[in-house]
Design a protein around this ligand. Sequence first.
Ligand code: SF4
Length: 329
Amino acid sequence: MYKLDPQSVEDFLKENKVEKVAIQAPEGIRPKVKELEDFFLSKDVEPIFLAKSCYGACDVADRDAVGLGCDALIHYGHSDMGLDTEVPTLYVEARMEVDPLDALEKALPELRGSVWGLVSTVQHVHFLSEVQEFLEEEEIESKIGEPGARAEYPGQILGCDWGSSDSVADEVDGFIYIGTGEFHPMGVALSTGSPVIAVNPVANNFERFDLDMDDFFQKRWALISSVQDAESIGVLVSTKEGQNRKGLAEELKVELEDEGYDAYILVFDDIIPSSLEDFQLDAFVNTACPRISFSDQESFRKPILSPFEVRVLCGSEDWEDYQLDEISV
Ligand code: SF4
């Protein structure tokens, strides 16, 4: 289902005279291990497959590649977010080849008479121009926003960067999200305050994503309130290069201590529920991937606040100015 660009890999291997390469890939691409191994061996390159987690380009494994004696890294699945790496690194985006127009056509009655912002993830973002042309033919106006700091393409959004939707939010009535899953349409709705039509090319359907803002804010407020009586709070930091906000964590630790909490900086690679439980603290603040505080909250037994929320707790931010956590580096 995914199209990976073998020519770009071949050119990269030649240009960099690669003999041994580390391969990093998210779960959806891992079943291709045999195909990839055959490909690299046919180019006289030894592939080393890294089996640790790989959630985004924030998690680039260049230091592992160096440690394994590889002279390059190939990171499959995600677009380059501009991180410096210690070895030549190629990002091979996973492009899904499923055309979204059938599913979009079903949504047309919902779309007429409004102006729409178009957003997608890297897997489907190459269809946005086609989607825009299709809408134009139906006399439906749409806009594609400029990418934020971590995205590569107009209209592309990430769970830590809503720049593409924010940049056109004032010019549209709502957004059309092309892709799968609920987290991204929820993020667009929260970040812009606009309705989102989620068009799923794989399921060939669409869903009006009416996020219950009241419900979301009530839950987040309840979480902050539940931390007020906490004594000990862990400030979570990830060692993943593009998730590492240690400076922010140190600032939050000071703010918490000034308010009388015992605060501890805890550094992880992957932040998973069982590793947090070992510390027996009352609550946590997450400075790693923003998704952990929101879509993963229910997997954790203790509250996990975002950096903004902990500042509301400490009184340095106003709840009325609520901001979704984003990473700008
Ligand atoms: S920080 Fe989270 S949302 Fe951003 S790219 Fe990494 S895994 Fe994705």
